[in-house]
Write a protein that binds this ligand. Structure first.
Ligand code: GCV
Length: 910
């Protein structure tokens, strides 16, 4: 173990203690003012502003308006920020100019650090024990002349206090009785961006980078300042700007000068910048012949580079490092350990900068034929033996689970395996494996479960993940939580409801004891409405969304059964098997699940402390949600729920998809209660999700149905009443193709208009062509839903069906594959009359038809009688061959309106 020597705890508590020189402060203050002006001047219609998220005007606050007159006791940049935020926020939320304050007078708001407040107002009962970055909000309630005091333990604390106060107003709390203090549980509360200098974002689902374009930092940094506002409003204090698969270019001096502009833009809100660095930079940027971390020239290079950075960005937060992982360079090239690499960087950054060294290091060329080879073991196997060898300003950053942000994993055992090391937990706000922001998945309940996980060490109270991250459990000086956010230029996260995850990550990093449902309520009240009915419906949707997604994509610890070597989006059950990236579900004709037990399996369980290992060793004590992560069970083996493994899988997929359909109904019930624009923006997303949940359900169910050969007790697997397969239709122009993977299409097949080799083998159609050789020529008509029918003279491909069911009113779903390399067009005819037309213009992953891009168009309320002719026509465009899977006819029954009672308002969350 190295000597944990004199690095002041204060510096580690928060690393950015280096004062910004006064001359630079002036410039920064001027920049901050101009950023405020720019932000205020740009119309919200064309700018990316924080009020597109939760810092928006509230029209629903019930309390009497208050006219606050903020006054800062000090002169720092952040105190000026605090004054402006309070002034603007008060106006935004309450109109701000009214005189109807309690007592009928304007209310002075005094803002300062605790020391400043103590000096200026010796009589106020300021708390003595305010921890760093904490705040105190006090209503100094003399009836005749009330005043508001917001004191920060430091300047950052003051900003957090102002935002906390605004949150109370926006969520409709009484502010005239306040005596509230709060401090963050974690010192490190960062977001990571995986932005590349060219402006792309790895695993970003919201457009291009707000930081970079064409290799440089963007000229327009107004969105960056707005991002800093959003982050500070939920207590986030650091932002790592670039992809952990780091481009070395950003360490060049001219790029660092540009990075300094970003730091200047974020500084007024107390958000400090950090950079991902490639470990081979001394060679690629510095021109050395080696990047061996023990080499003295390499050490000197890093030291000089750190000095260069601190000269430009005096409050630089530090480096994030991904090394020896997924092709990134690392110390292993020289036989050095991660500790040796981390410590070289740490020495260069000491005393103010941190190294967040990621434990996401594993061999992606595993021998999959070896049943004991287990990727889940990697982080612990590599890092646990190094415990105690890391310098004090190194933090080991570990993903929440041992694999990679799957919809469900056990908690990483490494958290308990590094008692002599500061640690941070990495979670993913950007929804890489959880629906890529096209699916509603509120992740706070997942994160809270991890934070609460108890390793059952000596003391129960301090054995939780949150106690480890706060440093309390193992008496470490620092630690925290890092959320991979990947916001972009498209309304931050691309989808309005996805922003609840960014909000929640900040709130949990401040206070990991917060109830995810209460966080959802706070967010909804600020973002959507304070109407109790709206709050109740939206919160229920949010809270149900993660379990629903888990149910239809990867229940019982199977993890997301997605295309693991490709898009990470649609279903592809086999993609995770039989390759070097690690085995995941290990299903065969006899059973399913990875055996990670001590007795028979990979012994991953042994990485947990004995009490926990004991729990996971036997199926009988393993919770159902992790059963197949730890155990290989025969298909008929009962889970804790009493049902067999196979029946549990069938049921959960049907339950999950049904829940996704309910979200559409829930949202529809809010139509007249919320902003029409937001309503219209979210509705088609939820409708898409409901359709894609069915793609997932059918893919996984038919895959395991075929593999196990076991029937579904409910008779659903392999049986789709109302579904008419395209390959069984009478086809004109369309050819039958195999879809890969087969489970992504209903019955494994679809039809494609002029199939290409990459789409699979063409096959003879099984149906009889109704109009053999006489495809109709379609007039150029535009339908009211916006899609165009075939241009005049175009001969479309067609699939014809004859309706033989009961007469009635039906919703008709057309399931097709929407490839992004072209905009195919579809139309639907009933007895020769066009009744719908649409364009396949969605932006979905993959270049071949599969579960990534299988989607549906629903034509509601169509009266049908036996003998009716139904025709789908498709016109390909580019590589989009208008491929069609099936049509499905569902009797249209009116859905009961949601009827739950409004909730009781909650207590305040500090
Ligand atoms: C930045 C997963 C993602 C990669 C990501 C990697 C990581 O494998 O798919 O895009 O790389 O995690 O966290 O380093």
């Amino acid at each position: 173990m190295i000597e944990r020597k004199a690095m002041a705890t204060a510096a580690l508590r928060f690393p950015m203690q280096t004062p910004v020189p006064p001359t630079r402060q002036k410039g920064i203050a001027a920049l901050a003012s101009s950023l405020f002006l720019i932000v205020a001047a740009i119309s919200p219609a064309c700018a990316q502003t924080a009020d597109q998220a939760w810092l928006r005007p509230s029209t629903m606050v019930q309390r009497p308006t208050i006219s606050l007159e903020p006054r800062a006791l000090g002169y720092g940049i952040m105190e000026q920020t605090a004054v402006r935020e309070l002034t603007d926020g008060n106006a935004r939320l309450l109109g701000g100019s009214s005189d109807s304050a309690p007592g009928g007078e304007k209310v002075e708001a005094i803002l300062g650090t605790v020391d400043e407040v103590r000096r200026a107002l010796p009589d106020v009962p300021i708390p003595r024990d305010l921890a760093p970055e904490g705040y105190w909000i006090y209503w100094n309630g003399a009836e005749d002349k009330p005043s508001l005091v917001i004191a920060g333990a430091d300047h950052a604390g003051l900003i957090y206090g102002v935002f906390a106060f605004l949150r109370l107003i926006a969520t409709d709390h009484d502010i005239t009785q306040l005596d509230l203090h709060s401090a963050p549980a974690f010192h490190i509360r960062w977001v990571d961006q995986w932005d590349n200098p060219d402006g792309t974002i790895e695993r970003g689902y919201a457009g291009r980078s707000i930081f970079f374009e064409g290799g440089d930092v963007r000229q327009d940094l107004a969105p960056v300042a707005e991002y800093a506002r959003l982050l500070a409003s939920v207590g986030i204090n650091g932002c790592n700007l670039n992809n952990v698969n780091a481009s070395p270019d950003l360490l060049k001096h001219d790029r660092l000068q540009q990075i300094a502009r970003i730091a200047d833009a974020m500084r007024p809100w107390g958000v400090h910048v950090a950079l991902s660095v490639a470990i081979d930079s001394p060679k690629t940027v510095g021109g050395l012949t080696t990047f061996d971390p023990k080499d003295s020239a390499v050490k000197a290079w890093w030291a000089a580079k750190a000095k260069d950075i601190f000269d430009l960005v005096p409050d630089f937060a530090g480096f994030t490092v991904k090394a020896d992982s997924e092709g990134q360079p690392g110390p292993a090239s020289y036989g050095r350990s991660p500790a040796e690499a981390a410590n070289t960087l740490a020495a260069a950054l000491a005393p103010h900068g941190l190294v967040l060294y990621r434990s996401f290091v594993y061999n992606h060329h595993l021998d999959w034929t070896n049943p004991k080879a287990d990727r889940a073991r990697a982080a612990y196997d590599i890092f646990h033996p190094l415990d105690g060898q890391f310098a004090p300003n190194v933090i080991i950053q570990t993903k929440e689970g041992p694999i990679d942000f799957q919809v469900r994993e056990p908690v990483s055992p490494l958290f308990a395996g590094l008692p002599h090391t500061s640690q941070a937990m990495e979670v993913q706000i950007t929804q890489e494996y959880t629906g890529q922001q096209r699916h509603l998945v509120y992740l706070a309940p997942k994160w809270r479960e991890v934070l609460d996980f108890n390793f059952q060490l000596n003391s129960w109270d301090t054995s939780t993940v949150q106690a480890i991250l706060s440093g309390e459990a193992f008496k470490q000086p620092t630690g925290g939580m890092v959320g991979v956010a990947n916001v972009g230029r498209d309304a931050w996260l691309g989808s309005p409801l996805a922003l609840a995850n960014l909000y929640a990550m900040g709130r949990l990093a401040w206070n990991p004891g917060l109830d995810p449902e209460a966080i959802a309520e706070e967010w909804t009240r600020q973002t959507i409405s304070n109407d109790d009915r709206v709050v109740q419906i939206v919160d229920t949707m949010l809270m149900d969304s993660w379990p629903a997604y888990e149910n239809y994509t990867g229940p019982f610890g199977l993890q997301t059964l997605t295309d693991i070597t490709g898009s990470h989006y649609g279903p592809n059950v086999e993609s995770s098997e039989r390759n070097g990236w690690g085995q995941w579900h290990n299903a065969d004709q006899q059973g399913v699940g990875m055996d990670r037990t001590h007795a028979y399996g990979t012994r991953f369980v042994d990485q947990y402390p004995p009490q926990v290992a004991h729990l996971y060793e036997l199926p009988v004590s393993t919770p159902d949600e992790l059963m197949l992560f730890f155990h290989h069970l025969t298909w008929n083996h009962p889970l804790g729920n009493g049902k067999s493994a196979i029946q549990s899988i069938y049921d959960s997929h049907y339950e999950g998809a049904a829940k996704a359909a309910e979200f559409v109904q829930d949202w529809t019930s809010l139509k007249d209660r919320i902003d029409p624009k937001l309503y219209a923006d979210v509705l088609p997303r939820l409708e898409y999700q409901a359709g894609h949940a069915i793609v997932w359900r059918d893919a996984v169910v038919q895959y395991f149905h075929k593999l196990s050969g076991l029937p579904d007790e409910e008779g659903r697997a392999g049986s789709y009443p109302g579904r008419l397969e395209a390959e069984s239709a009478r086809l004109t122009g369309y050819k039958v193709i195999d879809i890969t993977p087969w489970e992504d299409a209903s019955m494994g097949k679809a039809v494609s208009c002029g199939a290409t080799a990459s789409e699979g083998a063409e096959q003879p159609a099984s149906g009889q062509a109704l109009y053999q050789g006489t495809a109709s020529v379609v007039p150029n008509t535009t339908q009211k839903d916006g899609g165009a029918l075939a241009p005049e003279g175009t001969v479309p491909c067609a699939a014809d069906f004859t309706f033989t069911g009961k007469p009635g009113v039906y919703d008709i779903a057309v399931q097709y594959f929407d490839l992004s390399d072209g905009v195919a067009k579809f139309s639907f005819r009933l007895n020769g009359q066009p009744i719908a037309a649409w364009s396949a213009d969605a932006s979905l992953p993959s270049h071949i038809p599969n579960g990534d891009n299988s989607t549906r168009h629903t034509i509601p309320n169509i009266a049908l009688k036996p003998g009716d002719f139904l025709r789908v026509e498709g016109i390909p465009d580019g590589h989009d061959r208008a491929a069609l899977d099936y049509i499905e006819l569902t009797p249209n029954e009116p859905s009961p309106a949601a009827s739950a009672e409004p909730p009781t308002p909650r207590d305040t969350n500090p």
